[in-house]
Design a protein around this ligand. Structure first.
Ligand code: GDP
Ligand code: MG
Length: 719
């Protein structure tokens, strides 16, 4: 007879294993862990029971809500009067406080008097003062309010709300969107009336939805190509050579002005190049949710071979699942060694077809214009395999590749059309901006009336400057566009605040919820030797449900590019003896990217293992206080070396722990022995001020080093 595992039941019911275990045990079915097996008949009984009780509870919740709505309608005039009287009473009796309208007959478990009291105490400052001031006791629930936000509005702990939801048969976590019906009941229990913020008109949202294509509507479209590779390997030169052979030769008047994307014609077919070489542009766009690149051309100089940014480019392309065509450049050089490049790339799974791999390799010289046509033909070959298609007969969708404010013409954007046909006069929404196409130009700066899939156009008629990577969608009219743009601006702010990246703490939740099957990791270390040791050990970690995948590893400080890649790939960053740059640190906070830094390899392995099985229970967490730049050093007799510093970010405090960083690598960790402003001893120094810092037992400070100040704080376990 077949059996079901606890985690399978939990997944089926969209809940946690721990809940299933408890309830099964309550039913007298003995299970211990996630992997315990349950007889199929028992599992079925359990699932049926679960679904039934959940249905009943929700039905009750809904009928109660309906009943109330009816009463509200009936009593509208009476209610207004009562409200007025109530207000008057309150002004007369300012001390009088409204009781919680807790209705015991509800199916919600009764709140004990102690609990109620405790809550009242807690809420007094916030809610009751409002009452005393005569404000009404309502809260607004906008679309997408999370359990945590809801709890904050009520002024109670979110775990209380999770408990209440549980009693309603709803499994929810802190950052889940709260069920509206349930929210009404719970708000009522705490003495609040819930008002739903008016929802957006549905037809407006519909305008942004994808329209499904019938297979017969799809036609072939040109590939969109990004050129990547190590600095100085010849990206710009190759793009120039392509332009020269394909545009300038045919257009009298020579090379056209720069445009961020352009198309070239090869054997009657087109290829669109994004002229923003470098992985920054590629990954930054992808981090913004716009992957328009179909093919990456990886440029490797034949005299230099595979270099750090070559590897980075490979990893970015792999993370985005984009095929790579290799251009081995500078073959005109006497010391060129294209075969060595092939061998080196094979170590990174970029293998030429003649070796049984699936990557096309082309030897080129941008300088002598050798192999450029072959490169273009190879790109076409690659794109044929991919069968790239789009429907040109629908409202257009495009992606911004460059945008700027022009002194004379106003906001300008260069976009590449993804689907549909983009026309002059179209109204559109782009990111949180909107506009109407007043004029549009092709990649030769020629005025055009429309542009189809995979082609670029520069447009004017925007109300503001969008960002590279923003998606443009054509909508019905300007009013709709404006409304959506405004809502988006609001939402954008909210999303920035509530975006929850993947972290070692929440990964188990996500595994259990079936959201992820692998944990992508970006690894940065102080020396090459540790990369191999750590990635070797990490790659071996896997459980039945999830495996670890190193998507990028390199030596050096954690940078902005790493944060972008982490955001785009939903990865966490592991640093070994290295720390983020200040810019990366701030960005990681904004984007909620989890950065973990370690000094002991064993600790990395241990932490990741624990997190994958949900056993990671950190009691302490690091809080970065600030960064300090060392501008000068002084030797002081008997005291040691004192650093003349400037606080560049946050603050430094006397009792903080510190790390000394040299080029992002940790060279010492310890505590402060002295902190002075001029001659005075001080407890803290804020951003923008100078100070003198002494580090206990460490005198090897150098100009240009920086100090990271941090404290460790105890953290309360959630749930
Ligand atoms: P990017 O940093 O990858 O954009 O590289 P560039 O295109 O700016 O090229 C870097 C340097 O390499 C320049 O000095 C180019 O003139 C040179 N270069 C580019 N392609 C070739 C080539 O095919 N042969 C030779 N000999 N030099 C090249
Ligand atoms: Mg360049």
């Amino acid at each position: 007879m077949s059996k079901m595992r606890v985690y399978e039941i939990a997944r089926k019911l969209n809940t946690k294993s721990s809940v299933v275990i408890k309830k099964l045990n309550d039913m007298g079915i003995n299970v211990k862990s996630n992997f315990s097996a349950v007889e199929e008949s028992d599992a079925k009984k359990f699932i049926d029971k679960w679904n039934k009780s959940r249905k009943e509870l929700l039905k009750k919740a809904k009928s109660k809500q309906k009943k109330e709505e009816k009463e509200v309608k009936k009593e509208q005039p009476a209610k207004e009067k009562a409200l007025k009287e109530d207000k008057e009473k309150k002004t007369k009796e300012p001390q009088r406080k409204q009781r919680h309208r807790f209705k015991k007959e509800e199916f919600i478990e009764a709140v004990t008097p102690q609990k109620l009291k405790a809550k009242k105490k807690y809420k007094k400052t916030d809610k009751e003062t409002k009452e005393e001031e005569g404000q009404t006791n309502t809260i607004e629930l906008s679309e997408g309010t999370t359990v945590f936000e809801f709890a904050e509005k009520l002024g109670v702990d979110f775990s209380d709300i999770i408990g209440k939801l549980f009693q309603l048969g709803i499994m929810a976590r802190k950052n889940d969107v709260i069920n509206t019906d349930a929210a009404k009941i719970i708000a009522d229990e705490y003495g609040f009336e819930l008002k739903e913020e008016s929802a957006k008109a549905p037809e407006k949202i519909e305008e942004l939805l994808d329209i499904e294509d019938k297979p017969e509507d799809l036609v072939e479209r040109p590939p969109i190509v990004t050129v990547m590779g190590h600095v100085d390997h010849g990206k710009t030169s190759i793009l120039d050579a392509i332009k020269r052979t394909n545009i300038a030769a045919k257009e009298a008047g020579g090379i056209t002005q720069h445009m961020a994307a352009y198309s070239v014609k090869v054997k009657g077919k087109y290829i669109t190049f994004l002229d923003t070489p470098g992985h920054e542009a590629f990954t930054e766009m992808r981090a913004r949710g716009a992957q328009i690149t179909d093919i990456v051309v990886l440029v490797v100089a034949a005299d230099d071979g595979v270099m750090p940014q070559t590897i980075e480019a490979i990893n970015h392309a792999k993370a985005a699942n984009v095929p790579v065509v290799v251009a081995v450049n500078k073959i005109d050089k006497p010391n060129a060694n294209p075969d060595k490049v092939k061998q080196e790339l094979a170590n990174y799974n970029i293998v030429p077809e003649e070796w049984g791999g699936e990557n096309i390799f082309v030897n080129v010289s941008a300088k002598k214009v050798i192999g450029i046509d072959e490169l273009l033909e190879s790109i076409l070959l690659q794109s044929e395999v991919m069968e790239l298609k789009a429907n040109p007969n629908k409202r257009a969708k495009a992606v911004v590749v460059e945008a700027k404010l022009d002194k004379n013409r106003g906001p300008l954007a260069t976009v590449v059309v993804k689907e549909g046909t983009f026309k002059q006069g179209d109204t559109f929404i782009v990111g949180s901006q909107y506009g109407k196409v007043r004029a549009m130009f092709d990649d030769k700066r020629k005025k055009i009336k429309k542009v189809g899939p995979s082609f670029a156009a520069e447009i004017i008629g925007l109300h503001g400057v969008p960002e590279a990577g923003d998606t443009l969608v054509v909508v019905k009219n300007e009013q709709v566009a404006k409304d959506i743009a405004q809502t988006r601006q609001k939402e954008l702010k909210k999303a920035m605040l509530s975006k929850k990246g993947i972290s070692l703490e929440n990964i188990f939740e996500k595994i259990e919820g079936g959201e992820i099957k692998e944990l992508p990791i970006i690894l940065k270390t102080d020396v090459y030797g540790s990369i191999e040791a750590i990635s070797g050990a990490l790659s071996k970690i896997s459980t039945e449900e999830v495996s670890v995948k190193i998507i990028h590893s390199a030596v050096g400080a954690i940078t902005k590019t790493d944060i972008n890649l982490a955001t785009a790939s939903n990865a966490i960053i592991v640093g070994f003896n290295v720390r983020p740059t200040q810019e990366a640190l701030q960005m990681s906070k904004d984007l909620n990217v989890d950065i973990r830094t370690y000094k002991v390899i064993y600790d990395i392995i241990d932490d990741i293992k624990k997190s994958l099985s949900g056993l990671l229970a950190p009691e302490e967490k690091e809080e970065i206080l600030g960064r300090v730049e060392i501008r000068q050093t002084f030797k002081v007799a008997k005291v040691g070396t004192i650093a003349g510093c400037y606080v560049t970010y946050g603050k430094i405090t006397r009792n903080a722990k510190v790390r000394i960083l040299r080029n992002g690598v940790i060279i010492y960790e310890g505590v402060i022995s002295s902190l002075k402003r001029f001659k005075e001893d001080v407890n803290e120094v804020q951003q923008g001020y100078e100070c003198g810092v002494g580090i206990e037992g460490f005198n090897d400070i150098k100009e240009g080093d920086s100090i990271e100040a941090y404290v460790t704080v105890k953290i309360k376990r959630e749930l």
